[in-house]
Ligand binder design. Structure first.
Ligand code: HEM
Length: 141
């Protein structure tokens, strides 16, 4: 039963983390359409900060926590699919870090990427999720 409760917890926080990773760059796009220094600009800064603090970062930590507990429970350390999965999850965790950094830049008034580039960047988690789920469900190697 422990294994099933751990997996349930893992998938719940994976969903929260992915939802936040899909949402945040979209908020950046709308944010950058407001006038710098305007009241609307300040509203987006607050929304991005809350999304990171209340949803994204706790979900990242819980996904890793439940995920590593699952690795211990099923003793999957030597599994090829897990190694490939962890590599992709590290890329997603790096992407999370990049998003947090870009939110800080926007809060400081720096808008270094165009809306078009931000929309392209938003495809990263989608591709990551597809590859990760295939690895963990199909376990091709
Ligand atoms: C953060 C580090 C992560 C670790 C250490 C980890 C590890 C694991 C392990 C050991 C399992 C159990 C596999 C099994 O029961 O055969 C599992 C299940 C699962 N993981 Fe992760 N995972 C992580 C992140 C993620 C992420 C980011 C996603 C999705 C984007 C994800 C999606 C899933 C899914 C869908 C399952 C259920 C698979 C099934 O029931 O067959 N995991 N994970």
């Amino acid at each position: 039963m422990t294994y099933l409760w751990l997996k349930a917890g893992h998938i719940i926080f994976v969903i929260f983390w992915m939802a936040g990773l899909f949402m945040l760059p979209r908020l950046f796009v709308y944010h950058q359409e407001t006038a710098p220094g305007s009241p609307e600009n300040a509203l987006w800064v607050e929304r991005e900060r809350k999304l990171l603090r209340i949803i994204l970062t706790p979900a990242l930590i819980a996904t890793w926590g439940f995920g590593l507990a699952l690795v211990v429970t099923i003793d999957a350390w030597d599994e090829g699919w897990l190694h490939a999965k962890l590599l992709l999850v590290l890329v997603l965790s790096g992407y999370h870090g990049w998003c947090a950094g870009y939110a800080r830049k926007l809060a400081a008034g720096k808008r270094s990427l165009s809306g078009r580039t931000l929309r392209l960047v938003n495809e990263v988690p989608g591709l990551g999720v597809a590859l990760i789920v295939v690895l963990v469900v199909v376990k091709p190697f």
